[in-house]
Design a binder for this molecule. Structure first.
Ligand SMILES: Nc1nc2c(c(=O)[nH]1)N[C@H]1C(S)=C(S)[C@@H](COP(=O)(O)OP(=O)(O)OC[C@H]3O[C@@H](n4cnc5c(=O)[nH]c(N)nc54)[C@H](O)[C@@H]3O)O[C@H]1N2
Ligand SMILES: Nc1nc2c(c(=O)[nH]1)N[C@H]1C(S)=C(S)[C@@H](COP(=O)(O)OP(=O)(O)OC[C@H]3O[C@@H](n4cnc5c(=O)[nH]c(N)nc54)[C@H](O)[C@@H]3O)O[C@H]1N2
Ligand code: SF4
Ligand SMILES: [Mo]
Length: 766
């Protein structure tokens, strides 16, 4: 052990033990954690029992924040690639390199020549979330891509069209519900998504103990299904048929009860006409769920006083993702469960929620397609283009070709379909900058990598997830450990990058740069009160100033003194475990921001896409058996994993191999696959070998492989992950199929040919 480390440990032993409160940034559950430190050492991490929102819940990933902080592979210093090798550099050197190489590309080829990708961790980092728009504005590029089009964009689009804002997404009010139907989500493992619900397991158990019922509809008998009352296997990609069958049943059997929503709906007649052709009897072939069962589900939903239907990623990563997302809300509305206790309700966040600002009950709604992608003409949605268009925008010459990329907390080389193509495209760029904490599959293509902080060095305030939370609350946590001298906070890095691009002095005072931008925002919002507001915020900087501004002007805020007992950052910061703002309350019509001031039940764009359902149904009819055998491939998540980037943390990496192919025993038998043996998977996009795990939980004919693996590419610095790299699901998936409305990639329900590896001649197995 080096002498310096021994000395540091001795110092730590002498230091007092301190207990800190920290909100976990690793998944949407947003658990409050109690972190004990001694000097610079993390001694323990457990759930914070006094957290008003998560009440002490923690999963194995929360504990891994210690490993993440200590990970020797985590980047702590900028890197510059010189002659193909990364070398440590100072921050000034890194920015000088960016200035030298990025600015000429912008000057010669214009703003669209520089693309950005922003990934999942940004949703959990106010530093990235709040400051990325400044970088995007400075660039002025149309080529903005994110993980949203691999995930929830369909839900955001349907919510935007129906309720008037992208983040007006209702969530199940589980504590007061008697029936929950889950479609394409596995909260027992994912810990909830587009539904911030720490300890789903405990809440579900409590609900069932008081007589509630949970039904899970999923091609796999998931952990959530195993803990439910009923599991219905569904044909992957078949949700559209089931949902249409159920909506049809409600009209057909006169089960509609609109309750308090009656006065706030538009388009009921159009909807009735549109779904008339889709009887459960006709839909059964597409979803594999009998007509009688579809009708029973519709009757149960309508006949249970307090019930909710919840759809998640399994319903989004499909050709009809937006229609699915729409019909989930339609079913909740037609059965009178939307915006009602025990149903699907809208949270009211304390800060940053667009559905709490502006005039209540009416608004501009959303617009899509304000521009299109250059090559595929894919429409812009929520300000961005589908990430499956990234590679072609880099590869295709012509005006507007992408020649440089700024990747921010994003790993498309593992996360996006046809990843080998992305890998190749990134290698062909003239210049690439990454703001990331690892040298991984994507950032190895960068010319400059700028490191972010360890979560334990950073403050935390969730901008997004309180808008999707099972209960209203306000929480903040400060840094647990001091950041290293000279290390930039990520908001500072983004501000400097924006300044560099705008030709300003990026070496200048970052606070002055920030101040100017905040002042302009405040002037827009507060008019002639702007000076007074800026004065009230003057003791804060960076994200803290934005949080104080948002809390104080938010729905529970102190309105800068007008409501003296209202929220301020100080009040939230000083409240141990956060401030509880109560159970969800009805919000219709106040929440609506549609131009009509109504819930739009039948948006024209959605009805237009409905016309493609018949052709898809016809195409889904079974075909003659093939050799090799064709099966349907779906994804999967694991408790000890988080997309592509947590496989380097020893506490999570230990235990059984997780990147395995689940195969039903009947399929294994007819394909002669052995448990623990190898199978060759082939699609039109690619081939890989995976380790077989025979599981009766799979639906026959469907196999499951998790995403985010494949850490065997040259040039990465992920020592632990590379020991058991796994294989990359996305190297099998096509980047040409998407939900045309939202641009979301199709990641599930993909045809794959399967054979046992010993049956394959060696020439083909490379
Ligand atoms: N086939 C298939 N593909 C999928 C999915 C699927 O279900 N099936 N799921 C999709 C979904 S839902 C998502 S959200 C995407 C995720 O797609 P991405 O967001 O591209 O992938 P992540 O694995 O979350 O990678 C996060 C990146 O952020 C870096 N990072 C982590 N923490 C920080 C930080 O604090 N600061 C900075 N600057 N960087 C950080 C990591 O090193 C990593 O490079 O994957 C998608 N891909
Ligand atoms: N432990 C862990 N937690 C995570 C993540 C992680 O990687 N690991 N990732 C985080 C992220 S970025 C997200 S977006 C969330 C996602 O959160 P969830 O949506 O809860 O995640 P999944 O476990 O992928 O659940 C999707 C389910 O859909 C099913 N499915 C697949 N195809 C279909 C279909 O066609 N129809 C239906 N009805 N079901 C289908 C799958 O079998 C799977 O059980 O999880 C987050 N939490
Ligand atoms: S459930 Fe999510 S937020 Fe909670 S400890 Fe685990 S990773 Fe962190
Ligand atoms: Mo996600």
């Amino acid at each position: 052990m080096p002498a310096s480390e021994t000395a540091a440990q001795a110092a730590a032993t002498a230091a007092a033990v301190t207990t800190h409160y920290r909100i976990c940034p690793l998944c949407e559950a947003c658990c409050g954690l109690e972190v004990r430190t001694q000097g610079e050492q993390v001694i323990s991490i457990r759930g914070a029992s006094d957290d008003v929102f998560s009440s002490g819940f923690i999963c194995p990933k929360g504990v891994s924040l210690k490993d993440l902080h200590e990970d020797p592979d985590r980047l702590r210093q900028p890197l510059i690639k010189r002659n193909g090798r990364f070398e440590p550099a100072s921050w000034d050197e890194a920015f000088e390199e960016i200035e030298r190489r990025l600015l000429p590309i912008l000057q010669t080829h214009g703003p669209d020549a520089v693309a950005t990708t922003i990934g999942n961790p940004a949703a959990h980092k106010i530093s990235l979330m709040a400051y990325f728009p400044r970088l995007a504005r400075a660039l002025g590029t149309r080529n903005l891509f994110s993980a949203s089009t691999l995930d929830q964009m369909p839900k955001q689009l349907s919510a935007g069209l129906m309720f008037g804002h992208w983040l007006s997404v209702p969530v199940p009010d589980l504590p007061r519900s008697d029936l929950l139907i889950i479609l394409g989500g596995n909260p027992m493992v994912s810990n909830g998504s587009m539904w911030t619900v720490p300890d789903y397991r405990g809440k579900a158990r409590a609900m069932r103990e008081r007589g509630g019922r949970i039904v899970v509809i999923d091609p796999r008998r998931t952990e959530t299904a195993q803990a439910a009352d009923e599991h219905l296997p569904i044909q992957p990609g078949g949700d559209i048929y089931l949902l249409l069958g159920m909506v049809h049943t409600l009209f057909d059997e006169q089960l509609i009860q609109l309750r308090h929503l009656q006065a706030h709906l538009k388009g009921l007649d159009e909807l009735r006409t549109a779904v008339a052709p889709y009887s459960p009897e006709r839909m059964a072939a597409g979803c594999g769920i009998a007509a009688a069962t579809q009708r029973r589900l519709a009757r149960e939903l309508a006949g249970t006083d307090r019930a909710a239907l919840y759809g998640r990623i399994g319903t989004c990563t499909q050709r009809f993702g937006t229609l699915n997302s729409w019909l989930v809300d339609v079913l909740n509305i037609l059965t009178g469960h939307l915006d009602r206790e025990g149903g699907a309700m809208f949270p009211k966040a304390a800060a940053f929620a667009p559905n709490t600002t502006g005039k209540p009950g009416i608004g501009k709604g959303i617009s899509v397609g304000r521009r299109v992608s250059r090559v595929s003409q894919a429409p812009e949605v929520f300000g961005e283009l589908p990430i499956i268009c990234l590679a072609e925008e880099i590869e295709t010459p012509g005006a507007g070709q992408v020649r440089a990329l700024i990747s921010i907390a994003s790993n498309p080389v593992l996360s996006a379909p046809n990843s080998p193509r992305i890998d190749k495209a990134l290698a062909s760029l003239d210049f690439m900058v990454s703001l990331d904490i690892y040298l991984n599959e994507t950032t190895r293509h960068a010319d400059v990598i700028l490191p972010g902080l360890s979560p334990l060095e950073d403050l935390h305030f969730d901008m997004v997830f309180p808008q999707l939370s099972w209960r209203n609350h306000a929480r903040f946590s400060g840094p647990v450990l001091e950041k290293r001298v000279g290390q930039a906070e990520e908001w500072e890095t983004l501000i400097r990058l924006a300044a560099l691009i705008e030709g300003k002095d990026w070496r200048g005072d970052v606070d002055a740069l920030d101040e100017a931008a905040v002042r302009a925002d405040v002037a827009r919002q507060a008019g002639d009160q702007a000076d007074a507001v800026m004065q009230a915020l003057s003791c804060l900087r960076g994200p803290e100033r934005l949080i104080d501004l948002a809390l104080r002007s938010g729905p529970y805020g102190d309105r800068f003194g007008l409501r003296p007992d209202g929220l301020t950052l100080n009040r939230v910061r000083n409240a141990a475990g956060g401030i509880d703002l109560g159970a969800l309350q009805p919000r219709i019509p106040e929440l609506l921001r549609t131009p009509s001031g109504k819930i739009e039940l039948a948006p024209p764009a959605l009805l237009a896409d409905l016309r493609h359902v018949d052709a898809a149904l016809a195409a889904s009819a079974p075909t003659a058996p093939t050799t090799p055998v064709t099966l349907t491939l779906i994804g999967r998540r694991d408790m000890r994993s988080g997309n592509s980037w947590m496989h380097n943390l020893p506490v999570l990496a230990k235990g059984p191999q997780r990147c395995t192919l689940l195969v039903h025993p009947d399929d294994a038998q007819r394909l002669n696959l052995q448990d623990g043996g190898q199978a060759l998977l082939s699609t039109a996009t690619g081939q890989l070998r995976a380790t077989v795990n025979i599981s009766a939980d799979m639906m026959p004919g469907v196999v499951s492989l998790p995403h985010g693996w494949g850490h065997d590419l040259a040039g990465i610095r992920l020592g632990v992950a590379a020991e058991r790299p796994g294989v990359n699901l996305n190297s099998l998936l096509s980047d040409t199929v998407r939900d045309p409305l939202s641009g979301n990639a199709v990641l599930s329900g993909v045809s794959v040919q399967l054979q046992a590896v010993q049956a394959v001649p060696t020439a083909q197995t490379a």
